[in-house]
Ligand binder design. Structure first.
Ligand SMILES: C[S@@+](CC[C@H](N)C(=O)[O-])C[C@H]1O[C@@H](n2cnc3c(N)ncnc32)[C@H](O)[C@@H]1O
Length: 245
């Protein structure tokens, strides 16, 4: 009751223009505190904590300017994991770039690390029966030139056009700290895991999208069956592994 009365008083102060800049943040904090207290905490989906503001603003900007096939929590998981692997030695890679929305999330968080971007830019390769029926060959085609243009302000970014892993030769001697796999289907997910897993530095993180899609689930299950790493399911439709050694 006290909390409700206090909130009413603060709310009436907010309506007085002169007080608003000071009182509004206090009201937001009070709302947040009372939701936590009432057990109605909605995080991580609300994403309203101050330390997340920069990443959330960036993701909303990307939705507006370019679009991205990831939800806000999914895109934020990538942003946070890229930042949190800063001290892990190695480059960064993404397989499954499409229009470059998730690539821009990575660019903003990567610091000085080099980013290798792999895509056919002609859409998905041929799927298998196990793959989700709407993941059809050629879906998600996008011109490489338009993605290059979209990311042109970032340094340390290299594009590899064509079917992965045929295009992976130039990075076969590299180590990686973070890899985002967003390729939708079994064959592509399996090849990305086979290529990157042995090249991950200890503590390096692999995130994959479409974890619930049959082909992606099967690729992870098969690949990890003889590996020590745990498969961690994230909010949304992503999974993650952290390389042990
Ligand atoms: C869902 S889209 C990626 C979406 C993007 N990450 C985003 O968040 O906006 C999947 C992409 O994976 C690419 N892809 C799938 N398998 C591939 C392979 N074996 N080699 C290269 N690109 C592949 C497709 O061309 C398509 O652009």
């Amino acid at each position: 009751l006290l909390n409700a009365t206090a909130k009413r008083i603060v709310a009436s102060l907010v309506n007085q223009r002169a007080f608003a800049p000071v009182v509004r943040p206090l009201l937001q904090a009070a709302n947040y505190a009372s939701r936590v207290q009432d057990g109605q905490r909605t995080e991580p989906l609300s994403y309203d904590q101050p330390h997340r503001a920069k990443g959330v603003r960036l993701i909303r900007q990307i939705y507006a300017e370019r679009g991205m096939l990831l939800s806000l929590p999914e895109a934020y998981s990538i942003f946070a994991a890229v930042k949190q692997t800063t001290k892990v030695p190695g480059d960064i890679a993404e397989v499954g770039v499409y229009q470059g929305g998730s690539s821009k999330v990575i660019c903003e968080a990567k610091g000085a690390r080099h980013l290798h971007l792999f895509d056919t830019f002609a859409g998905l390769p041929s799927p298998k029966d196990i793959d989700r029926p709407d993941f059809t060959e050629g879906r998600f085609a996008c011109s490489l030139d338009s993605v290059r243009q979209y990311l042109s302000s970032y340094s340390g970014v290299t594009f590899y056009e064509g079917l992965f892993p045929d295009t992976a030769g130039p990075v076969s001697n590299h180590k990686f700290s973070f890899v985002n796999i967003d390729v939708d289907i079994y064959d592509s997910t399996k090849s990305a895991l086979e290529f990157f897993y042995p090249r991950m530095s200890p503590g390096g993180v692999i995130i994959s999208h479409d974890f619930s899609a049959g082909g992606v689930t099967a690729a992870f299950d098969e690949f990890l069956s003889d590996k020590p790493e745990a498969l961690i399911e994230l909010v949304g439709d992503q999974c993650m592994i952290i390389k042990i050694g």
